[in-house]
Design a protein around this ligand. Structure first.
Ligand code: NDP
Ligand code: OXD
Length: 309
């Protein structure tokens, strides 16, 4: 049994070495080096080249190196009858919560606009908003959404959240399913998307949904670019219905230089770095799952293949 690391970014050696150092008894390979393919039982992957999982006849587990697994389901050639695991990690959740808080405060206090004013040497005080006067609505109350919601509530924001099944989170008003979506949206001043990307949520941030937010609402997408219908967001920003958007994720990453988001005054961008799996924190759970796989025990952080998350 052995592990192969498959990712196309410059973190592949970091991941390989971190897994290797965590347990020197385990054979860990990068998919870029010569390796015995029939020995591989676990593939630790992040945005792997489509088709690359078919190289391993004895693969028993696909371990996503991130929380999201949409890229795995997009690969039709993946082995379909083996478990998929993902990252559930306190730092991944708290880093996301901190990022969302920073974006919200920058919006309430006009910091993005002041940066633009500084570049143009403009002195123009603007009315700011207070925490107590805004309602944050979070789409998705899973590992990241639930912590973000309760953290924001502890800062005295009014917080509500929407998910597939009903949740009970102290200080957070919760809504579930299509029937309760409109009431949730109508009362949301700042919408935060923390849904997984699945066939049910693809394109959910469209004109129909976003226009149910009150006028001047602000949108934060930290989930996946595939949730957003870009041209419909731009139309609602241009019409004045939405006051702005802060985006961390895009249909194509890096975002092509010609995309209209780059030059849009109401769009604020970060490069898919709201929250990143920290090897020192998440490698132990992957090694633990590798040991469980070897001894036939139930794996942790399993993805539900029927739901796609
Ligand atoms: P979870 O699987 O823990 O939570 C998903 C939540 O979304 C659940 O509350 C679930 O409802 C809800 N949900 C799923 N489908 C629907 C639907 N059709 N209708 C309503 N609610 C739905 O995911 P995480 O919190 O761990 O992560 C969320 C996403 O964040 C990831 O999938 C990833 O795409 C993104 N992410 C982005 C990062 C970044 O840096 N930008 C970093 C890490 C993750 P229920 O509880 O009822 O099942
Ligand atoms: C993740 C991500 O899903 O980084 O972990 O987007």
């Amino acid at each position: 049994m052995a592990i192969v690391v498959i990712r196309q970014d410059d973190r592949i050696d970091l991941w390989k070495n971190a897994l290797q150092n965590a347990d020197t008894a385990v054979n860990v390979y990068s998919y870029l080096e010569e390796h015995p393919k029939e020995e591989i039982s676990m593939a630790v992957i992040w945005k792997h080249p489509k088709g690359s999982l078919t190289d391993y006849p004895n693969l028993k587990c696909i371990a996503s190196a991130g929380a999201g697994v949409d890229y795995i389901f997009e690969d039709d050639t993946r082995p379909k009858n083996i478990p998929i695991t993902r990252i559930v990690d306190p730092y991944l959740a708290s880093d996301m919560s901190e990022h969302v808080l920073a974006v919200i405060l920058a919006h309430l206090k006009n910091l993005n606009q002041y940066k633009l004013d500084q570049v143009s040497h403009v002195w123009q005080p603007k009315q700011y908003m207070r925490i107590k006067d805004v309602t944050i609505g979070i789409l998705g109350l899973g590992e990241l959404g639930a912590l973000t919601a309760s953290d924001l509530s502890s800062y005295n924001f009014n917080v509500q959240g929407w998910s597939r099944s009903k949740k009970d989170i102290e200080g957070v008003q919760t809504f579930a399913g299509a029937a309760e979506q409109k009431e949730f949206l109508n009362a949301t001043d700042i919408l935060v998307c923390l849904l997984p990307l699945t066939p049910a949520t693809e394109g959910i941030l469209n004109e129909d949904l976003l226009s149910q937010l009150p006028k001047n609402a602000f949108v934060i997408n930290v989930a996946r670019g595939g949730h957003m219908v870009d041209n419909e967001l731009i139309a609602l920003l241009d019409s004045g219905h939405l006051s702005g958007a802060c985006l961390d994720v895009y249909h194509t990453e890096p975002l092509p230089k010609s995309h209209p988001f780059w030059n849009h005054k109401k769009v604020h961008m970060t490069p898919h770095y709201a929250s990143v799996s920290d090897t020192s924190s998440v490698i132990p759970q992957i090694i633990e799952n590798y040991k469980r796989l070897s001894s036939g025990e139930k794996l942790q952080n399993l993805v539900d293949s029927d739901k796609g998350y």
